[in-house]
Design a binder for this molecule. Sequence first.
Ligand code: FAD
Ligand code: SIN
Length: 515
Amino acid sequence: MKIETDYLILGSGIAGLTVAIKLAEQFPDRKILIVTKSNADESNTKYAQGGIAVVIDGIDDDFEKHINDTLICGDGLCNREVVEMVVKKGPKRLKELIDWGTNFDLTAEGNLDLAKEGGHSNHRVVHHKDQTGREIERAILTKTHQKKNIEILDFHFAIDLITKSNSCFGAFVLDEKNDTIIPVYSRFTILATGGIGQVYKQTTNPLIATGDGIAMAIRANATIKEMEFIQFHPTALYMPKSTSTFLISEAVRGFGAYLKTKKGRRFLFDYDVRGELASRDIVSRSIETELKNSKNKCVYLDCTHLDILAFKNHFPTIYQNCLLSGIDVTKDWIPVIPTQHYLCGGILVDKNGQTSIENLFACGECSQTGLHGANRLASNSLLEALVYANQIFEFLKNNDKKGSFVKTIISDRFISNNKSLDKKIIHKFKEDLQNSMQQNAGIVRNDTDLKKTLEQLLLWKKQCLEMEYEYKLTKDFLELKNMITVSIPIVAFSLKRNENKGSFFKEGKTINLQF
Ligand code: FAD
Ligand code: SIN
């Protein structure tokens, strides 16, 4: 069996669905195929809490302020042209999302309610309570289902890109329900496969975030960039008996919550004049330092002084989740720790979302556009995904002649092998990888541990390659292989980097202070 399509989109988060809808509207006679490895709505997008950063309020805010906040946060490594483009195109993309049926919270006067987060000099985060991603995913998935020329294949796992002479012609896909591998030939392929969070033991990302798209791009020899810049969110709920890490949105600090030590000291002003609203890299590193010095396991978010009715209204999910964990935010402080959250680097793309491989595009968290530099400004990720999905669409609309089909035979390694690898072995492998990355490629790194980790990763890569020929290909195994594949550049690029910038900090290196 084989499939042919005009456009193949891998991933059904905000980035993938946005490109799909736009292409479907522009080319009603063409086929758009979305391949997604879990339920169609399962994605990092679905869990986004804080919102989308967009300049809406033309009185207090302006583009220049948002541009500057992004550049400061990125610590000198943002591409200014890209930052300007994304910020300035934001309002139009937000309007489109609203036109597609996404509901955002409004003020009593009927204007968009604007929240504040770390690193922002103004209130500019448009949100739907603390469930912004869930609402966006609902609206755009509904819109996608209405398009007759879009087909979604859920529980289909993209294994590898089909490439020849630096051009992409589709992807090999594992149909999990029927246990078959299908070549999907397409004129244009778009990677929108999201982040890498599962590489770490503690992450805010859901299980789908195993870096598959980036691993596929690496195997196809696409250029990847700045994988060492891993963003740690300062405030995930600390639950000592569980590795599950529920996010306590930065908007809670924007709403006025204090970060305190166990003894009740608001410690952040010791590190940055912006206190609780410094950028994430600074807040996470400060917490790490406090924990190291005090030997405590967590710090605390104090919301007890806030207007609790307004809090419950803005953050109903956080309020409920805390209650389920035995924390009443009206009386108790919330225990929090920094946790892996976002990958700033990824597959290098130009301003049209083109990768270094012809007819292969990338957008969303798997891509590296130059917007985030060394550290992403809060709520700039959904914005980037929207803008770059549109950039790809505009490019494909105006460059319609390129892209052709090439028939490639299924390579030997995909010929079915019936011997199954014990799931327990894969699970143990994954655990070892996650522990090692958490320990050695976290907020504070050092060359000795990075070197040892790289050696271990290269050994695991070799072992995986041997297993690939011996055993049947399963999603679990392929994810493990991808997690190892993306961990290698995270560690190798960390070894290479000699200057501490933004979210990257290596012991023994100089830090570039912002103030
Ligand atoms: P995703 O939404 O992750 O979608 C990736 C898709 O690819 C999924 O459908 C997945 O199943 C599919 N996929 C992956 N691999 C394969 C494969 N091999 N084959 C087939 N399909 C595959 N950003 C903000 O700007 N504002 C926020 O408030 C915010 N809050 C956040 C809160 C949390 C808890 C998290 C985890 C992230 C948050 N972020 C936020 C970041 C933001 O949500 C993500 O960066 C963004 O949603 C990524 O969108 P995406 O479309 O690129 O990827
Ligand atoms: C949050 O709500 O704190 C997450 C925002 C983001 O990741 O941009």
